[in-house]
Design a protein around this ligand. Structure first.
Ligand code: FA5
Length: 339
């Protein structure tokens, strides 16, 4: 059986060419190529043909199908081009016009200062290490001499992530102390910057999500002088001037003795006292022997210091920002000032 599909093809191409918009075009496409369309119907006849008739018939139908598909695609493109031309108000494309300006992004002020802090510590011989934000309670608490029933846990309003309280969003970067000791032998000199999380009420100095930089040094004969010298050196490098610091006794179960460090900047008064005169920015102390043992280090042979400083607080002081909540607020007017 021979078949002449030229009239069908001519008809289809004429209808496609006449379709004035996408909707009309797709309607024509359905008439010829759709599930109940003319081409599908012709294909459906093949099983009833004799084996000799089938190849010729199939080839003819296929050729017609391809011709219709090609015409359909060409018409789709033509309609799309026409739509663009209409959107441009009939104006042609002018390649000499300047393009739409792309706004350049910039690093978040916390990222900028974190990088500076990392550079300063690297220059002092520290290694910068990274660690998990979702942490085992063991590294966040138990290995740091804070057993499950210890009252010190109440200070850190924790986001627990499972019913057993085994997984927590780390409440401080001190989780990295034991992790660092497990992988290294003294002398150890690391800092571990990163995000930490606490379920606490927010104000100008407190966020639920903030950043700390943990520091850990373990060697023979380490004492508090090494600790204060390191902190003062870092502050001098960040602020480019000598910064007054004040050590108060502070209780952290993983250090002995423990301190809280306050800093006072020459410019602090300019903020109208919003952030106070002295600002607490760091907890620190000499690593507790129980923590050294948990990290596999002999407390008879080695001692160490550790600190955990609030990076956000440092950035507040560095740029005289009056409220910590600007950092996570996502207000581009704030962020663009640091571009
Ligand atoms: C700690 O988190 C201890 N892990 C620090 C430490 C490390 C002690 C090593 C001893 C040895 P603290 O909860 O005080 O301590 O927090 C440390 C610093 O993080 C604070 O001094 C403050 O600068 C900052 N910080 C604490 N809570 C917030 C908060 N909600 N928002 C912003 N910064 C905070």
């Amino acid at each position: 059986m021979t078949i002449d599909l030229a009239p069908l093809q001519a008809q289809a191409l004429a209808e496609l060419g006449a379709a004035a918009d996408d909707e009309a075009l797709e309607a024509v496409a359905r008439i010829y190529l759709g599930r109940k369309g003319a081409i599908t119907e012709l294909m459906g006849r093949i099983p009833s043909l004799t084996p000799e008739e089938r190849p010729g018939f199939g080839q003819t139908v296929n050729a017609t199908k391809r011709a219709i598909e090609t015409a359909l695609e060409a018409r789709r493109e033509a309609l799309a081009d026409a739509a663009i031309a209409v959107a441009r108000g009939g104006a042609g494309f002018d390649p000499s016009l300047p393009g739409a300006p792309l706004r350049r992004g910039s690093l978040h002020p916390i990222t900028q200062v974190r990088r500076e802090v990392e550079e300063i510590f690297r220059s002092m011989g520290f290694e910068v290490v990274d660690g998990p934000e979702l942490e085992l309670s063991y590294y966040n608490f138990e290995a740091l001499n804070i057993p499950a029933d210890h009252p010190a846990r109440d200070h850190q309003d924790t986001f627990y992530c499972d019913d057993e309280g085994r997984l927590v969003l780390r409440t401080h970067t001190s989780n990295m102390q034991i992790r660092a000791m497990e992988k290294r032998q003294p002398p150890i000199r690391i800092i571990a910057p990163g995000r930490v999380f606490r379920n606490e009420a927010q104000d100008a100095k407190h966020e639920h999500t903030f950043h700390q930089v943990e520091g850990l040094v373990i060697d023979r004969g380490i004492h508090v002088g090494h600790l204060t010298g390191t902190l003062k050196g870092m502050l001098r490098a960040i602020f480019q001037t000598e910064i007054e610091i004040r050590l108060r006794p502070g209780f952290f179960p993983f250090v002995e003795p423990g301190f809280e460090v306050d800093i006072r900047l020459p410019g602090a008064a300019a903020l109208g006292g919003v952030l106070g005169d002295w600002m607490e920015f760091c907890g620190c102390g000499l690593v507790h022997p129980a923590v050294l043992r948990a990290g596999g280090i002999d407390p008879q042979a080695y001692s160490g210091f550790a600190f955990g400083m609030g990076l956000d607080r440092l950035v507040l002081l560095r740029y005289s920002i009056d409220d910590i909540r600007h950092f996570m607020g996502g207000d581009l007017r704030f962020l663009r000032q640091f571009g």
